[in-house]
Ligand binder design. Structure first.
Ligand code: NZQ
Ligand code: ZN
Length: 383
């Protein structure tokens, strides 16, 4: 296990009715920008709960954040932040709304071209404080220091991270996820499962706490994920999935261990160029990474198979192979596609899909050996 420094400063308020706690979490003198998406919160009562909790506060609203939030939209909000002297941002939504709010928080305090925060990893010196009310369990954005933003104009999707964008607090009420469409529920299950995989599935470094924690999370997400679509109003299933998704990407399980975010990074182009849902990109690509990097990942694949899927037959290589099959079957059971061709993507599209890897100079994977050529081979396996 490598050395690490660790800090996660996000206060979590979890459970039924927890949105009512909002007023105690935001400083009274705040000028708040309440950021939300396309209107789901107005239909399911979350908007009313938030507004009731914020009575007496100075609140400006900014709606219309897209799934896979646009840079262009965020910059419109930044103008409002400046014009109105906003000093606190409240995201009410899923990962897209939270990520957009994180980007606004830094862009509003950034001198220069804010796109360079993403395209050139420009250093972030300060940010506005933000809090979140989570409505979709998937990304872990509610308890992490990352965000992913798309530029509609150029079909680019890029991420950035900074300790300054950890939310001050996040409210997690599992009941608000009852209204999610099945496709978003399935996306959340698959995305959170793969977040754990990408921090776990490398090579053994005898990090027992991280490994055991990760295996527990994968088991919970797999077990509850298979139940949730048939039991959308089961509080315990929703609560377990929500807390698992938060823990799947809140820094803890990735401390001091090698990580492989190649499926995520390669997936950005599938969303930016073809509009695939984020989790859909991962369900297609991850089995390809597992197959192409089989030798490197064999030991952890076999262990994952035993603990998560109950695979006990065969030697290590055989168990590892069965784990890949079980993962793909799980994604299909959740209703996701696992092949590029099912999404209308052909071999002719691959050059454009791997181009961002060269443009950004990425060397992906735990061994930094996935360049655009290797990425193309991985994608070919998924046609
Ligand atoms: O826009 P509204 O009307 O709110 O509808 C949303 C949206 O259409 C809807 N929704 C959310 N909560 C709902 C609801 N509908 C009914 N009831 C509710 N309670 O769901 C749709 C999808 O929402 P979105 O926020 O886009 O989904 P998700 O949470 O999966 O976020 C995806 C984004 O997060 C990024 C992805 O790349 C993508 O841009 N990620 C962020 C990460 C991070 N910050 O750490 C890590 C992830 O790997 C991921 O990359
Ligand atoms: Zn993800």
């Amino acid at each position: 296990m490598n050395n690490f420094e660790f800090c996660n400063p996000v206060k979590i308020v979890f459970g039924k009715g927890s949105i009512a706690r909002l007023s105690a979490l935001i400083p009274k003198e705040s000028k708040i920008l309440m950021v939300y998406g396309g209107g789901s919160i107005k239909k399911n009562g979350v908007y009313n709960q938030v507004k009731a909790a914020l009575q007496g506060f100075d609140v400006t609203e900014f709606s219309g954040i897209e799934a896979n939030p646009h840079y262009e939209t965020c910059m419109k909000a930044v103008e409002i932040i400046h014009n109105k002297g906003i000093n606190f941002l409240l995201a009410v939504g899923g990962g897209s709304v939270i990520d957009a709010t994180k980007f606004m928080a830094v862009a509003a305090r950034f001198h220069g071209n804010a796109w360079e925060i993403l395209s050139q990893c420009k250093k972030i010196e300060c940010a506005l404080p933000l809090g979140t009310v989570l409505t979709l369990s998937a990304t872990g954005s509610e308890m992490n220091e990352r965000a992913v933003i798309s530029r509609a104009e150029t079909h680019e999707k890029l991420n950035f991270s900074s300790p300054l964008i950890f939310p001050k607090f996040s409210i997690l009420d599992p009941e608000v996820t009852y209204t999610l469409p099945p496709r978003q529920v399935a996306n959340g299950v698959v995305d959170s499962f793969i977040h754990v995989v990408e921090q776990y599935l490398t090579y053994p470094v005898n990090a027992k706490v991280q490994d055991t924690f990760s295996e527990g999370l994968m088991r919970v997400i797999h077990e509850e994920g298979l139940k949730v679509l048939d039991n959308p109003h089961d509080y315990d299933i929703r609560a377990n999935l929500m807390w698992a998704a938060t823990n799947a990407l809140n820094v803890w399980i990735g401390m001091g261990v090698p990580q492989d975010w190649s499926s995520h990074r390669m997936g950005y182009a599938l969303t930016a160029q073809f509009g695939l849902d984020h989790a859909q990109t991962l369900a297609i690509l991850l089995p390809g990474v597992m197959t192409y990097m089989f030798k490197e990942k064999q030991a952890k694949l076999a262990r994952m198979g035993e603990v998560v899927f109950g695979i006990t037959n065969g030697d290590e290589a055989e168990k590892a192979r069965q784990t890949i099959t079980a993962c793909e079957a799980f994604f299909r059971q959740m209703g996701l596609k696992t092949r590029l061709s099912e999404c209308g993507i052909t071999e002719e599209d691959l050059d454009a899909l791997v181009a961002p890897i060269d443009k950004q100079g990425w060397k992906l994977g735990e061994h930094h050996n996935i360049d655009s050529r290797v990425a193309r081979e991985i994608m070919k396996l998924r046609l």
